[in-house]
Structure formats: structure tokens, C-alpha cells
Design a protein around this ligand. Structure first.
Ligand code: NAD
Ligand code: ZN
Length: 363
């Protein structure tokens, strides 16, 4: 088992990574009594596949365990589901302080974390991510949120878990497209901060897609380490450092919005294209060498083939772009690569250049 510590003073915690490590939970959580209610937020699919194993592990820890199933997909990050979940927690835990466990992908983690942050003004929670994306990204860093019709992730909080446990065995049942989603985020970490990780990915992408344990554990460990370091310095996203995690997401989100989150493409595919386009902008601005740009293109395309969606309208992407939360007073801001392992925030990219790059890649 590998451990990454995230040092946030009194809010510090460990991220544990390894295969079959869920069995170690009892020695990792410290509960005051066996009467502590354990409230596990999950969905039917994950519960059916892996809930039995988790229940067995938790039974010696508490006499009171409830698996609370919420709907699958982004629908779970909504006010109606949030209220239902909090009320179920209140009825289950009554006058005691419960422990919340998020058991699922990023959707479950964001919802359960938000429930834990608000119930009784905050109860402890842990993240047991079951998607690759959640293991390397959403379960770490304490951003918890739900969506409203007007915007995604707009109602939320910063609320750190007590622990993150990434057990690779859960990834065995993960659909391949979800695995690719997570892998795109791992490539992102390589480009923004770690050339060695990027080079490792170039050589081992096939192994990772086949769930080779050693390779997978290595890239998850490296990714968690990078995110942990960034969160340690910019926990509340106020110093422009956390923003670099958004590399590829500026145009990526705009593509998702332009498609109305229609699921015709995945988040990973959108971000993959976003990373390719951000790199093309950097190349046109002579910020990056063409060799590095080609390497980025080639690795990204090994994991996520080009989007063939001629029906996306350029004007819809540009309109969605103008709502990007990094843009200040109408001035655009992009995270652009200077070389593999280093990115920079750049403002005022000419609109014509953005258009050319988007048209070149998608349309
Ligand atoms: N909080 C953050 O910092 C942060 C960062 C990135 C993304 N996010 C959020 O994360 C969410 C996306 O997370 P995701 O990509 O994990 O998607 P997800 O949670 O929707 O999971 C993807 C699908 O895989 C299924 N699944 C999960 N684990 C499985 C397993 N082991 N076997 C089989 N199926 C499994 C789920 O039921 C779901 O259908 C978005 O809501 C996004 O906003 C949050
Ligand atoms: Zn992402």
C-alpha cells in the first residue's frame, strides 16, 4: 500500500492507494464507539457490485450501518436528492454524531461530501472512490458540491475528508470509457507538473488500460501527490494555483455545455480535446516547441480518439466559453503549456486564434 499525506494543519489526512486495501479500513478509521452510525452513500450499481465486501469490512466497526442508495449519474447532485439524503441521515443517526462514507465515483463523492459538510454543521466523512477519475481527482481536495439548473457544481463548500482510500480492486468492474476518463486527468497531471509521469504514460498506457496493478498504482500515487501539493498551497482556490488543474477544461467544459451535457461525448473526451486545443494555442503563440506539442497530441489521442461531432456549433462553444469562471471582467484566461511539466495562466488570447484552433480540431 502507498500513502500520500495531504498536509493541511488540523485538516490533514492520508490518501491510501493499493489493491485489496479496503480490508484495512478497521485499522485506519478511529471510531469512539461501536455505536457510531456509519452512513454509506452509494448507488445501486456500485452497491450491488462491491457493497457486500464493504459491509463485511465495516461490521466489526459499528453496530449501525446504512447503505443509502442515490440515483446513478449526475442526477444525484441535485437539491431533491440532497434533501432526501440529509433527511435519511437525520432519521438514521438521530441524536448521535454519524460518520459519512462516500462509496462511488465523483458524483457520489461530491454529494456525500456536501451532505457531511452541512449536516450538524459538519460531520466526519471519508472517501472510498470507485472510479479512476475519483481516485486521482474528485475525492481529493475537499471540493464538495451539487448542481442547479443554472450551473454545475455551483452550490458547495470546501470540506476535507478524514481519509481517502483508493482500492484498485474496484476498478475491475469499471467500464472502459470511465477508465479512459480518469486516464485523461492523469495525462493532465503529467502536462501541468510532471514530465516523468508523462513519459511513464507514453510507455505504459496500454498496460494501464489493461489494469496492470503496478503501473496503475504508480500513476495514481503520482497524480494524488501532485493534487495534494497543489491543494496544500491553495486549499480554497484563491491563489491561482488550483486553477492549473483546469488545464484542458476551459474549452473542454465549453464543448460539454455546447452539447448540453448530452452524454454524446464523455468528460474525458471533452477535456482531451481541450488539452489538444490549449496546446495548439500555445504553439501558435510560440510558447511551446512543436515537438512537445506533438507528444501531447499523440499521448492524448492514444487514450481518447478525436471527437467526431460536426454538429457542435462554434458559436455555442464560444458563448459557453464566455461563462468560464476563470474569466475576469470579460477577459479570457487560459492555462497553456510552456513545456511538458509546466503550464502558465495566460490572459487576452485573441478571439480569432481561439476560433481557428477550435475549428481546426473539431469542425
Ligand atoms: N470535487 C472535485 O474536485 C471534482 C473534480 C473532478 C470531477 N468532479 C465531479 O465528479 C463527477 C464525475 O465523476 P466520475 O467520472 O467518477 O463519474 P460518476 O461518479 O458518474 O461515475 C461514472 C459511472 O461509473 C459507475 N461506477 C462507479 N464506480 C464503478 C465501478 N467500480 N464499477 C462499475 N461502475 C462504476 C457509476 O455508477 C457511474 O455510472 C462530476 O460530477 C464532476 O463534477 C469533482
Ligand atoms: Zn476533469
Amino acid at each position: 500500500m502507498k500513502t500520500v499525506k495531504i498536509d493541511l494543519g488540523p485538516r490533514s489526512y492520508n490518501i491510501y492507494i493499493g489493491k485489496g486495501i479496503v480490508g484495512k479500513l478497521p485499522s485506519l478509521i478511529k471510531l469512539e464507539t461501536r455505536d457510531t452510525p456509519l452512513f454509506i452513500v452509494t448507488n445501486r450499481r456500485i452497491n450491488t457490485l462491491h457493497g457486500g465486501k464493504l459491509k463485511k469490512v465495516l461490521m466489526p466497526l459499528s453496530k449501525k450501518i446504512l447503505f443509502c442508495e442515490v440515483p446513478d449519474s449526475e442526477k444525484a447532485k441535485s437539491f431533491p436528492v440532497y434533501i432526501r439524503t440529509v433527511r435519511r441521515l437525520a432519521r438514521f443517526a438521530r441524536k448521535t454524531q454519524p460518520y459519512v462514507i462516500a462509496f462511488g465515483g465523483g458524483v457520489i463523492g461530491d454529494l456525500a461530501g456536501f451532505v457531511a459538510s452541512a449536516y450538524r454543521r459538519g460531520v466526519p466523512y471519508i472517501q472510498i472512490p470507485t472510479t479512476l477519475l475519483a481516485e486521482v481527482d474528485s475525492a481529493i481536495g475537499g471540493k464538495v458540491a451539487i448542481d442547479i439548473k443554472e450551473a454545475k457544481n455551483i452550490v458547495g463548500d470546501f470540506y476535507q475528508p478524514k481519509m481517502v482510500l483508493c482500492d484498485l480492486q474496484f476498478l475491475k468492474t469499471l467500464p472502459k470509457k470511465e477508465l479512459r476518463n480518469g486516464l485523461v486527468e492523469i495525462i493532465k497531471y503529467g502536462i501541468i507538473k510532471d514530465k516523468e509521469l508523462f513519459t511513464f504514460l507514453e510507455k505504459n498506457v496500454k498496460k494501464i488500460l489493461k489494469l496492470d496493478n503496478k503501473a496503475l498504482e504508480h500513476v495514481i500515487f503520482k497524480s494524488c501527490g501532485i493534487k495534494a501539493k497543489i491543494v496544500e498551497v491553495d486549499e480554497l482556490d484563491t491563489k491561482d494555483l488550483r486553477a492549473i488543474l483546469n488545464f484542458g477544461h476551459t474549452i473542454g467544459h465549453a464543448i460539454e455545455t455546447a452539447l448540453g451535457y448530452s452524454r454524446s461525448i464523455t468528460h474525458g473526451q471533452a477535456v482531451a480535446s481541450g488539452m489538444v486545443m490549449a496546446s495548439a494555442i500555445a504553439l501558435k503563440l510560440k510558447m511551446i516547441k512543436s515537438g512537445d506539442c506533438k507528444k501531447i497530441y499523440s499521448l492524448v489521442r492514444k487514450v481518447s480518439p478525436e471527437i467526431k461531432t460536426r454538429h457542435i456549433k462554434l458559436k455555442d462553444i464560444l458563448s459557453a466559453l464566455s461563462y468560464d469562471k476563470k474569466f475576469i471582467y470579460g477577459v479570457n484566461r487560459f492555462i497553456l503549456p510552456e513545456k511538458i511539466g509546466r503550464v502558465k495562466i495566460v490572459s487576452k488570447i485573441p478571439r480569432a486564434l481561439i476560433k481557428t484552433v477550435i475549428m481546426g480540431e473539431i469542425i
